[in-house]
Design a protein around this ligand. Structure first.
Ligand SMILES: Cc1cc2nc3c(=O)[nH]c(=O)nc-3n(C[C@H](O)[C@H](O)[C@H](O)COP(=O)(O)O)c2cc1C
Length: 176
């Protein structure tokens, strides 16, 4: 007889800091901390989207998004985009983001002033049941990259959890 599955532990945010990104979907924008690269060749990311966000329906509708890394000086509006929904208002223009057409996406705009932008097309949703979690992880193909200043060499926007943010302080190169 096999043992019953162990119950899930309670959520604990002891894995922060995370590099905070700004995701655009169509003309809407939201900050996301729960993203990660998962493949180099082909180049792919996973981004987890909260089921309560308006952007979830947008993403299911248009199947594309752009993942931006904005510098520390842009933190205020990036973070404010996470405290308002684009369901009924044009959040991006209210916050003063300048949008321009993407290179490889049909309906999604990119935000000006980012250090780096990754244009993404949905490959698939990685869960299919509502009880698989409160966020829906999407697997994306990277279809175009805008290269600017590498965030790691400048002042990236780091999320420490709750309402706390920071940028990089010391740097150190490991020499094996
Ligand atoms: C620092 C920070 C990190 C966040 N990370 C995520 C995330 O990884 N995934 C997500 O779906 N929502 C995340 N959110 C919440 C959304 O940004 C927020 O719910 C937003 O208002 C949704 O906008 P929308 O309804 O226009 O889609 C984060 C918010 C903040 C402030």
């Amino acid at each position: 007889m096999s043992a019953p599955p162990a119950p899930n532990a309670r959520y604990y945010s002891g894995f922060y800091p995370m590099h905070l990104a700004l995701l655009s979907v169509a003309r809407n924008v939201l900050p996301v901390a729960w993203w990660t690269p998962v493949s180099k060749d082909p180049f792919r990311f996973v981004v987890a989207i909260d089921r309560r966000n308006h952007s979830l329906a947008l993403l299911r509708g248009c199947g594309e998004a752009a993942l931006h890394f904005l510098p520390w000086r842009e933190r205020e509006r990036v973070i404010r985009a996470g405290y308002a929904s684009g369901r009924r208002r044009d959040k991006a223009s209210r916050l003063g983001f300048e949008l321009e057409p993407a290179t490889a996406l049909a309906e999604t705009y990119v935000v000006r002033g980012a250090d780096a932008v990754f244009e993404l097309r949905v490959r698939r949703e990685l869960v299919d049941a509502d009880d698989d979690g409160d966020h829906v992880p999407f697997l994306f193909d990277v279809v175009h990259v805008h290269r600017g200043t590498r965030p790691a060499t400048g002042e990236p926007l780091l999320f420490l959890g709750w309402r706390d943010f920071a940028t990089l302080g010391e740097r150190w190169r490991f020499r094996p």
